[in-house]
Design a binder for this molecule. Structure first.
Ligand SMILES: O=C(O)CCC(=O)C(=O)O
Ligand SMILES: [Fe+2]
Length: 207
């Protein structure tokens, strides 16, 4: 596996997935979205998010008026589809962990979509990293420290880039400021997909 770069404590593999791997992943994600359609989430405060979302895995991350949490089913009631095998292989290869992720959150960014600065802290055990995979249009990723007021820096995430948020950077603030819509031709209609792989419970048998 190629040596990662380091950015603010994150491990970063620019262009890790080649064009063929990206296309294969998109095909697998089409099956995920066919089983568990992208939906428009709302924050606990009632504000619509600009990204559309779904999940694969034992648990999916959801938000609505009742709060941020992990659920065993899609808002429609259907079970989340399994995490694609190629995604699991990346997780095990890059994290070195035997433990599989419980959730593969799928974010779709259409034109104008963004994600405010936040920490990923609904998982319960921050010793496990979060692995992020970017597909499609370029997105301006902003990363800070573990304190909201820490200075931030930005980098453009491109299709095929992979980022591991672990160790001291597991609780770093991060977000997506904007997209270069139609900067990639991977998705025919434009847009960006981001996958984040997360361990949610503390042991695989707990539910
Ligand atoms: O889209 C991205 O690159 C980041 C997504 C993210 O931070 C999240 O889903 O928690
Ligand atoms: Fe996040």
């Amino acid at each position: 596996m190629a040596e990662p770069m380091e950015i603010r404590g994150f491990r970063y593999w620019p262009g890790l997935l080649d064009a063929a791997a990206q296309a294969a992943l998109v095909a697998e994600l089409r099956a995920v979205v066919a089983a568990a359609p992208l939906y428009a989430p709302v924050t606990p405060g009632g504000r619509p998010m600009s990204v559309r979302m779904t999940s694969a895995g034992r648990l999916g991350w959801v938000t609505d008026r009742r709060g941020y949490r992990y659920e065993a089913a899609h808002p429609s009631g259907v079970a989340w589809p399994p995490i694609p095998a190629s995604v699991l292989a990346l997780w095990h290869g890059l994290t070195g962990l035997d433990r599989a992720p419980d959730c593969c959150l799928v974010n779709f960014y259409g034109e104008g979509a963004k994600m405010g600065l936040h920490q990923d802290r609904d998982e319960g055990d921050f010793t496990f990293p979060v692995l992020s995979i970017s597909l499609g249009d370029e997105a301006l990723f902003r990363v800070g420290g573990t304190d909201r007021r820490d200075p931030t820096e930005s980098l453009w995430l491109r299709s095929g880039d992979v980022l591991l948020m672990g160790g001291a950077a597991r609780l770093a603030w991060h977000g997506i400021d904007r997209l270069r819509f139609r900067s990639s031709r991977l998705l025919p209609g434009g847009g960006r997909i981001n996958l984040t792989l997360r361990v949610v419970a503390t042991s695989p048998s707990s539910s």
